[in-house]
Design a protein around this ligand. Structure first.
Ligand SMILES: Nc1ncnc2c1ncn2[C@@H]1O[C@H](COP(=O)(O)OP(=O)(O)O)[C@@H](O)[C@H]1O
Ligand SMILES: [Mg+2]
Length: 202
């Protein structure tokens, strides 16, 4: 099996990177394949989540804290071919982000509905190497709104792939204080399938 590195990337904080990283890693974990989160954020929100969660699925995920360029490279060199790696990235460190994107098999971009989000996502997409398959995840979405539909339609028209939508839910917002939420698992399972398909297509 070849090493798959899924980089969860955004230029900004608070969009859903850590939530997306934890749910995807939990779904990636199988009997044959361990999931590892490489936490490149010095705030270590993913590491804190894994440490504090009572959720069994979350508890099985391995974590490597790697908040610098050097530690990130080392961590990615160390992971085995039979593991699935999800890299959670920090906001406001474009150098580290570029480094992670350079090693990515697949890139997942969490985003939200709203005018300010579009140019930020475009700037991020410009940083992704051409060969790397990339998809957006609409996080904390109110799917019944017109804004939501317009935003998704806009991305599709622009030729950007939208790999899934995660509804806004209190149980998802609870993070480490609760179990993984059913709605969240269901939504991220669809995203995970798209990630796998993209990784296989290479
Ligand atoms: N689907 C969702 N429903 C409700 N709250 C969400 C959802 N996804 C993320 N959040 C909340 O949004 C905030 C930012 O998410 P987080 O994953 O920490 O983003 P980032 O890592 O990009 O800073 C957190 O408080 C998180 O719990
Ligand atoms: Mg985070």
């Amino acid at each position: 099996m070849t090493l798959v590195i899924v980089v969860v990337a955004a230029l900004k904080g608070g969009v859903g990177k850590t939530t997306t990283s934890v749910y995807l890693a939990a779904l990636a974990e199988t009997k044959e394949r361990r999931a590892v989160i490489v936490d490149a954020d010095p705030q270590a929100s993913a590491a804190d989540w894994l440490e504090n969660s009572d959720d069994e699925q979350v508890g099985r995920i391995e974590i490597i804290e790697a908040p610098t360029d050097r530690l990130l490279s080392k961590a990615l060199d160390r992971v085995g071919d039979d593991e699935i790696v999800v890299v959670d990235t920090p906001p406001g460190n474009e150098r580290l982000l570029a480094k992670a994107l350079d090693r990515a098999t697949v890139v997942v971009v969490p985003t939200r509905v709203g005018g300010v989000e579009t140019p930020r996502v475009e700037a991020l997409l410009d940083m992704v190497p051409q060969r790397v398959p990339t998809g957006l995840v609409m996080c904390s979405a109110r799917t019944v709104t017109r804004d939501y539909q317009d935003t998704v339609d806009g991305w599709i028209e622009a030729g950007v792939e939208v790999w899934g939508t995660v509804p806004e839910r209190v149980a998802i917002a609870a993070g480490p204080a609760g179990w993984l939420a059913g709605d969240g698992i269901e939504a991220y399972r669809g995203v995970w399938r798209r990630v796998q398909r993209a990784a296989r297509g290479l």
